[in-house]
Design a protein around this ligand. Structure first.
Ligand SMILES: Cc1cc2nc3c(=O)[nH]c(=O)nc-3n(C[C@H](O)[C@H](O)[C@H](O)COP(=O)(O)O)c2cc1C
Length: 454
């Protein structure tokens, strides 16, 4: 069997994920593995004609296997760009019917959204998707992890032989091909205001009139000064390379000014609105490079309390994974989501209405200092980070200092009083006579402190 591995890690041969491939390669000598270093060589692939060879290889293979680290809940920017290049290639249609699967390593922090993203794009190309393998970074070091990887590979072959493709809800979400545009161009206005407490971060291109008009309309109705930062115009030196040299100090090795832009122009605001067009089931590659490069903030919620919102051009209603991601992004960074305005209805009046509501909501949040509890995304995600940083505190010094300062190390659970109380109740409840007598008294006892507060 011929397997073309698309290595999405910017670390190339030094990728941890690639070791999972090497492991399989060594134990399956009859299979022919070839590696495309998409992550490390993305600049090469962006050159005119450079994708031809890769596409020819992918067309001629039996299985396309994406191997990549999860980066900010999705694939690394470099791999997202490679996927964009595949989809744009005139021969891309010939990938239809090809088997595709994926292996990731991560800390299991939003690994599922990364997997769904690959599935959705593979389905756009009408490929046959086989369930992937999501490993924790160090799984391969244990016998259990090795068995799981071997099992995945056997299962993969079995699925290919019997044509068993993965069922995902994305099966119902094959490329919405969202192309409608509002055609009336509005005059260019200078929207940056010096002391803005709200920033709109966008990758809007001049010809994207739909998004441009939505941004302009929002600025018109929003009662506060707004500053627009167009990351589409920013010249990134490159995507995050995962070198983790920012871990101790929070300083990135790139000196292209992104850190200053991020900290002085964006993170210093009280509200951030991200304005984008749905692209390849994501916010597009400009926002991907922006998100990945924020790794200089480590796992610190440096913008906690800053409100977030979205202005979206495109059929967001068919993009469940992206919707989950938008919500999750807000939760993880503790930037309460105040709303999403979208033109998915394709009606001018409904779009205007959604912008108006977003404006009202965001203004309310800022005025009232709206305090919103986190959901599972934020709470659950932070527990993973807490455990991770505690173990890695020797390296991730900036994160460690932040976690100590903000009391994020909430373990082992210090609620001794409650633990003892629960033990006592448990002991009593194990006696049948007490259990019978307790009846409604238990509910009463639970409710008592609430009644007192009321
Ligand atoms: C910029 C960046 C973003 C990351 N984002 C995530 C994430 O969202 N979820 C997660 O579980 N791990 C995340 N990680 C950790 C990597 O997925 C993990 O270290 C992976 O095993 C690295 O694999 P590689 O050596 O093949 O690149 C991130 C790492 C970096 C550098």
């Amino acid at each position: 069997m011929k397997i073309s591995v698309i290595n999405g890690s910017p670390k190339g041969n030094n990728s941890v994920t690639l070791q999972y491939i090497e492991y399989l390669k060594k134990r399956n000598a009859a299979d022919d593995f070839s590696i495309i270093h998409a992550g490390q060589q993305i600049r090469q692939y962006e050159k005119p004609g450079a994708m031809d060879e890769a596409i020819t290889e992918l067309i001629g293979t039996d299985l396309i296997l994406f191997a990549y680290p999860v980066y900010t809940s999705l694939a690394p920017y470099q791999l997202a760009k490679f996927i964009e290049l595949i989809k744009k290639h005139p021969q891309a249609g010939k990938l239809a019917g090809k088997f595709v699967s994926q292996i990731t390593t991560s800390m299991h922090f939003f690994d599922f959204t990364a997997h769904r993203y690959i599935v959705e794009n593979a389905l756009d190309l009408k490929m046959k998707v086989i369930e992937g393998h999501s490993a924790e970074m160090e799984d391969l070091l244990s016998a259990k992890g090795q068995k799981q990887l071997t099992d995945y590979y056997s299962r993969l072959k079995f699925a290919m032989k019997n044509d068993i493709t993965a069922y995902t809800r994305s099966n119902h979400n094959v490329d919405a091909n969202f192309t409608f545009e509002r055609t009336t161009a509005e005059p260019d206005r200078k929207s940056a205001v010096a002391k803005a407490d709200t920033v709109i971060v966008t990758d809007c291109e001049p010809e994207n009139l739909s998004l441009k008009n939505m941004i302009e309309e929002f600025i018109d109705i929003y009662p506060r000064p707004v500053k627009v930062v167009n990351i589409g115009e920013f010249r990134f030196s490159g995507g995050c390379m995962g070198c983790t040299r920012c871990a101790a100090t929070g300083d990135c090795v790139y000196k292209d000014g992104f850190q200053d832009l991020l900290r002085n122009e964006i993170q210093s605001s009280h509200a951030m609105i991200f304005a984008f067009s749905v692209k390849d089931h994501s916010m597009g590659t400009k926002f991907k490079i922006y998100d990945d490069r924020q790794f200089c903030n480590g796992h610190r919620t440096v913008v906690r309390g800053v409100y977030s919102a979205y202005i979206v051009h495109g059929a967001l209603n068919t993009e469940q994974n992206l919707m989950d991601l938008l919500e999750a992004k807000a939760e993880i960074s503790e930037t309460p989501l105040t709303g999403i305005a979208c033109d998915e209805s394709q009606s001018q009046s409904e779009t205007s209405e959604s912008l108006k509501k977003l404006s009202l909501n965001l203004d309310f949040a800022l005025k009232e200092k709206w305090d919103k509890p986190q959901s599972f995304y934020g709470i659950g995600g932070m527990k993973i980070f807490r455990d991770l940083i505690f173990v890695m505190r020797g390296l991730m010094k900036a994160d460690h200092r932040f976690y100590k300062k903000h009391g994020i190390y909430d373990f082992p659970q210090k609620r001794k009083g409650l633990i003892i109380k629960m033990k006592l109740i448990g002991l009593l409840m194990s006696i049948p006579a007490v259990r019978r007598k307790a009846g409604n008294k238990m509910t009463e006892a639970i409710l008592k402190p609430y009644k007192d507060v009321i």
